[in-house]
Design a protein around this ligand. Structure first.
Ligand SMILES: [Zn+2]
Length: 363
């Protein structure tokens, strides 16, 4: 299999960079469809409009409905066509960004992504995960290429809710370990190839930046301050983790995160929180050196990522639920199979119990 990687056309990151958006969209379009939530529309929307107009462009706004569904994508694409827009700007969190990327696919235009939180891997990837009315994944839409521009304004990220920022670190925490597992097994990444060394190096840098700057960034974001640590973590969470998962591949951590969908008690937990706990489980499955496990565990403790089931909302541990989660993490289509050794449902359940036991013992 060929080594293949994908990345955004341009990745731009700085405090207050949103006010320069219009300078970064040359040749991308002339009239932009801005997909944005009502909450972001006021201040962020007007800054986007000013910067575009200063640079000779126009835009039209469409409010994002809140879910990345096929109906929402069709509605926004129809609105974009009707308004004769020739490019899309997607503003917000993972769902708004995934929706905007899919709308650009439908309209066959360029897409500019402006994340307002650093809580997940959506901004840099070339795919959109769509959900049905029941909140279940129903389709993945792949773009011809990854976003043309990703613009990260770290001033906005630093003032986002702390829990979302921490969740982004949880999502980024798994990137290296999952890419490493895929490299060892030769598993396919999300570019229909295997990971080039470049993607593995990016995944490793992602982990190293978390270890170096994660705790400091956590403290800065509590005060809403942009520091060099916050810049490091924004880069790790958005660029390195985004490229790292798509081009490196996923393994048990994300599969276990998906498995937790089977446990209603965990429904309040965020994606990155479940992925962080899934990372601890993956390290147990891999029989990783104690030193490595401890480093990840201590990091989770230091920034408030889950280390035991109760932290995910699972206060009443039921055997049948853990069994269902482990089974869901091991179905054929799941990435647990990307580990470089065979893993059974029983192995995954045992790893979940073991991680929980360690977390409770060291609480
Ligand atoms: Zn993720």
């Amino acid at each position: 299999m060929a080594k293949i990687m994908k990345a955004p056309g341009k990745d731009i990151q700085a405090a207050n960079e949103l006010d320069n958006l219009g300078k970064h969209v040359k040749n991308m379009g002339t009239k932009f469809l801005v997909i944005i939530s009502k909450r972001n529309y006021g201040e962020i929307g007007s800054r986007i409009q000013s910067s575009l107009e200063e640079n000779g462009y126009t835009c039209d706004f469409e409010m994002f409905g809140g879910e990345c569904s096929l109906e929402e994508i069709d509605r926004l694409a129809a609105a974009g066509r009707e308004k004769a827009c020739d490019s899309v700007i997607a503003v917000g969190g993972g769902k708004a960004i995934d929706t905007g990327k899919a709308v650009a696919v439908r309209m066959d235009t360029t897409v500019i992504v402006v994340p307002t939180i650093a809580s997940n891997d959506a901004p840099c990837s070339g795919l959109s995960v769509c959900y049905n009315d029941q909140g279940v994944v129903c389709k993945v839409i792949y773009g011809k290429r990854n976003p043309d521009v990703v613009l990260v304004d770290t001033e906005i990220i630093a003032k986002s809710p702390v829990r979302l920022f921490v969740s982004g670190m949880g999502d980024a925490l798994s990137t290296y370990f999952e890419a490493r597992a895929c490299q060892a097994s030769g598993a396919r990444n999300y570019c229909r190839g295997t990971a080039p060394n470049t993607a593995i190096a990016m995944a490793k840098l992602c982990f190293d930046l978390l270890m170096k700057s994660g705790v400091e960034a956590y403290e800065a974001v509590q005060k809403g301050e942009v520091t060099s640590a916050v810049e490091d973590i924004a880069e790790a969470d958005i660029l390195l983790s985004g490229v790292g998962f798509e081009s490196g591949g996923l393994a048990a951590a994300h599969a276990i995160n998906d498995g937790f969908a089977q446990i209603p008690q965990a429904h309040g937990a965020l994606h990155g929180e479940k992925v962080a706990f899934g990372t601890l489980c993956q390290l147990i499955l891999e029989k990783a050196p104690a030193e490595e496990f401890d480093q990840v565990f201590q990091f989770c403790k230091a920034v408030g990522l889950p280390t035991k089931l109760a932290d995910l909302g699972i206060t009443e541990v039921k055997e049948e639920e853990i069994k269902a989660a482990a089974a869901a993490a091991c179905v054929k289509t799941q990435s647990t199979k990307n580990l470089p050794f065979p893993v059974s449902e029983e192995d995954v359940a045992a790893a979940i119990y073991k991680a929980d036991e360690i977390g409770r013992a060291r609480a």
